[in-house]
Ligand binder design. Structure first.
Ligand code: HEM
Ligand SMILES: [Ca+2]
Length: 756
């Protein structure tokens, strides 16, 4: 049932002139929260005044032949998402200090010492005005310098102190406070042909140069639900009671049973994680202390205030046998407050570029890219066996990157790449593709420098990555209806697209990366099929030593295509909910599903119902609205339907037709991918009008012919023994039969068009 009052449902044509019918999520300047609040009352309880409010503030319209309800959005707003305001020069920022405020700063600084004891002294000397990276033209080496994290913390702590000492009676506007603005570098108009590793200056408009850059905070679809409006996590129910603990929810709702997906394979799951690592990495507050005692029996008494450990009940079905009552959890760091545009609450930092730009392959800073490059022939560093072709990523020397005892551990653009065998295989695939292209380009253009070869190979790799992500991967996740609703079809073959909109901020939202895109955790199988048989997934964690076996890489890529992934539902592998990150000498690990829920509360995501309404669906007014079985389960855990966490509600929805996630996640994912595309000047199919790194049309056609299967074949260790499914993320069926990699129908990238 669609919760729409027919009288307010205009046809697309009947949106007043100057307005266009779009999903509510894509109409930025309307007061979304007001609409969500309005919808939180069942239609029959809405007063005439509310209905009048609806008519005057929110005109709805049918989308996609009436299958969806859209919003009549003023067209100029659609083009001016996040209307750009030039940042104020530092000296013009208003700044006022009085006694109370000074006191708040002092209390904030004392608090900060508890968070980051080693930096306490420094904290007191922070300047009042900080430009994000000082507006420097050069890229910083470190995308998230500790000083930035410290400043972000100090800002929220100062504000919290001020709230406390004034009993919340002083509004932020009355007070004024240290102004810290995200002032990015000025970008040259004669822009670069290549993306910068940290994603700066993708947008060259004033005020937009940091959008999507590594170290830039996450955005939000709805205002945060912080306990204190500033940074305290969401821990209480709308009824005033405590919310159920994240572990209780996970252990009650998410059990481990095998429920194989009928259409898609483990490679789809694995590509998803690889992509996730490309566009998001929440930066945890770094402290030396743990939140729980070594035996997990209790919280550490004076642990960092950044600790938000997950309580485990005495009767827990798994942890009780080990006496564990506490699971470690550190909150995500926040950005310095951007008073320039009125954001007055914690905004979580991401440590990688928000764009889909190969940052997991090349790193997200100049320094990282420099370390990964071979500085010869445009290649990335790699390990290559002298006798047989088994090129692997170079070795990582840092002890933390893999399990103690791992004989091999790899260095790639992303520190999470050793997580499990299948992820290592995908990283290896893209590394090989880069080096393969660099070698061929060098043969074609022997006069090209190392730098040119590197950048040109990188440009092609990123284009293929985007082509596969948008063309082969995304439609399978969100299904055809949401692909159509958000107009996410790829560009026409052989023609340039103009997807770029300089007013679109491509940065990930907390809702997307903390909840929606973590749907993938439910798709992880309990056992990975290897050539010799199945092995517990957690046994493949953080130890990729077996990749030195001659055929291991090929074997993993082959078996991934034939093993079904798991469906998105309430079933989670215990590899994730019990055995994640097992420490030496321990028989248990942490619970990722619980971490996801806790992370949602750390980021103050609003409850599921609000997002349901945001995507134009009726929320659950009562537990029955969740359906008989689920309603009963949720009722036993939550005090009110408006308490249900976004991750929980979203993962439990029935998948949409032809997709793997439910409606709410489908819409959040579609919206984010449309922003990844519209906010990326370098999007691979964009033409010369917007894209300074555009391909020639014949080159673009070559890239558009490529597929995941083609990529796998081009980089197989033994191409004569390798086979692929042409639709590489789908399971075998009549129209998707295994093909030898030597077959003519497998697309191969012809580099002829790259010859100078
Ligand atoms: C065995 C497979 C996987 C493991 C062990 C794993 C583990 C993790 C861990 C430990 C985190 C950090 C949690 C936190 O502290 O908040 C995380 C985050 C995340 N995971 Fe997974 N994951 C796996 C597969 C996947 C898949 C298949 C997807 C998507 C299709 C995915 C999407 C994400 C996303 C979007 C995040 C948030 C990233 C960030 O912003 O930091 N993961 N995962
Ligand atoms: Ca990225």
């Amino acid at each position: 049932v669609v919760d729409v009052d027919a009288s307010n449902l205009r046809s697309a044509a009947s949106c007043a002139s100057g307005r266009a019918c779009v999903p509510l999520l894509q109409c930025p300047e309307v007061d979304r929260m007001a609409i969500v609040r309005y919808l939180s009352r069942p239609p029959h309880l809405r007063s005439p005044a509310e209905r009048r409010w609806e008519l005057s503030h929110w005109q709805r319209c049918p989308l996609a032949d009436g299958q969806f309800t859209g919003t009549c959005c003023p067209s100029h707003l659609i083009d001016e998402v996040n209307v750009l305001k030039p940042s104020l020069p530092a000296e013009m920022l208003p700044y006022k200090q009085d006694e109370l405020f000074r006191l708040a700063i002092e209390i904030g600084a004392l608090e900060l010492e508890k968070f980051l004891p080693e930096d306490g002294n420094h904290a007191k000397n922070l300047s009042n005005v900080t430009n994000y990276h000082s507006g420097a033209e050069d890229q910083p080496d470190d995308v998230l310098p500790p000083v930035l994290v410290r400043e972000g913390l100090q800002d929220v702590l100062t504000w919290q102190a001020l709230e406390k000492i004034t009993n919340g009676s002083v509004t932020k506007q009355q007070f004024g406070r240290p102004k810290r603005c995200l002032i990015g570098p000025r970008c040259e108009k004669g822009h670069s042909r290549y993306r910068q590793p940290d994603g700066r200056c993708n947008n060259i408009e004033p005020g937009g140069s940091l959008w999507g850059a590594a170290g830039y905070p996450m955005e939000r679809l709805l205002p945060p639900a912080y306990g204190d409006g500033i940074w305290a996590p969401r821990i209480v129910s709308v009824t005033g009671r405590y919310l159920p603990t994240a572990r209780k929810l996970s252990s009650t709702l998410f059990t481990d049973l095998h429920h194989a997906h009928t259409s898609y394979n483990v490679l789809l799951m694995q590509f998803g994680q690889f992509l996730a690592h490309d566009f998001s990495r929440n930066k945890a507050i770094e402290t030396k202390t743990k939140c729980c005692t070594a035996d997990g029996s209790a919280r550490v008494k004076d642990a960092s205030p950044g600790c938000m450990p997950i309580p485990v009940s005495r009767g827990d079905d798994f942890y009780s046998q080990y006496g564990v009552r506490c699971l470690h959890f550190m909150r995500t760091a926040v950005a310095p407050m951007r008073d320039c545009d009125g954001v007055g609450h914690g905004r979580q930092l991401s440590a990688v570029t928000h764009f889909i730009d190969g940052s997991a392959i090349y790193g997200a800073s100049n320094k990282q890219t420099h370390e990964l490059r071979a500085h010869e022939g445009g290649r990335l560093k790699s390990l290559s066996h002298r006798r047989f072709h088994n090129e692997l990523p170079p070795l990582e020397r840092s002890k933390d990157a893999c399990q103690t005892g791992a004989e091999m551990c790899f260095l790639t653009g992303d520190a999470r790449s050793n997580q499990l065998f299948s992820l290592v295989a995908v990283h290896t695939l893209f590394l090989r593709e880069h080096n393969r292209l660099a070698r061929h380009l060098q043969q074609l253009n022997p006069h090209w420098s190392d730098g040119t070869l590197f950048q040109e190979a990188r440009r092609i790799v990123i284009a293929q990555l985007q082509h596969i992500a948008f063309g082969e991967y995304l439609p399978k996740v969100i299904g055809p209806r949401y692909t159509a609703l958000y107009r996410l079809h790829p560009a026409e073959h052989g023609a340039y697209s103009e997807f770029y909109n300089p007013h679109t901020n491509p940065s990930v939202s907390s809702e997307f990366t903390v909840a929606a895109f973590r749907f993938g955790h439910s798709t992880v199988p309990s056992k990975l099929e290897l050539k010799e048989g199945p092995v517990d997934t957690w046994r493949t964690f953080l130890d990729p030593t077996r990749f030195r076996e001659r055929t291991f890489y090929d074997d993993v890529l082959r078996t991934m295509q034939h093993q079904p992934m798991q469906s998105v539902d309430d079933l989670f592998s215990t590899s994730l909910t019990r055995f994640l990150d097992v420490q030496p000498g321990k028989a248990y690990g942490v619970d990722l599903a619980a971490i996801n829920i806790q992370r949602g509360r750390d980021h103050a995501l609003r409850p599921y119902n609000d997002y349901r309404r945001l995507v134009g669906k009726p929320g659950a007014y009562s537990f029955e609205d969740f359906g008989p079985d689920l309603g009963k389960k949720l009722y036993a855990l939550y005090a009110h339907p408006d308490d249900v966490d976004l991750y929980v509600g979203g993962i439990l929805e029935t998948p949409v037709d032809g997709g793997v996630v439910g409606e709410t996640f489908a819409e959040l994912i579609a919206d984010q991918f449309s922003k990844f595309r519209a906010g990326d000047r370098y999007f691979y199919s964009n033409g010369p009008e917007s894209n300074p790194g555009h391909f020639t049309l014949p080159q673009l056609k070559e890239i558009q012919r490529m597929t995941m299967a083609g990529l796998i074949c081009a980089n197989a260790g033994d191409v004569h023994r390798m086979h692929v499914l042409p639709d590489a993320f789908a399971l075998r069926h009549d129209a998707n039969r295994p093909m030898d990699c030597t077959a003519h129908d497998i697309p191969r990238l012809d580099l002829f068009w790259w010859k100078d």
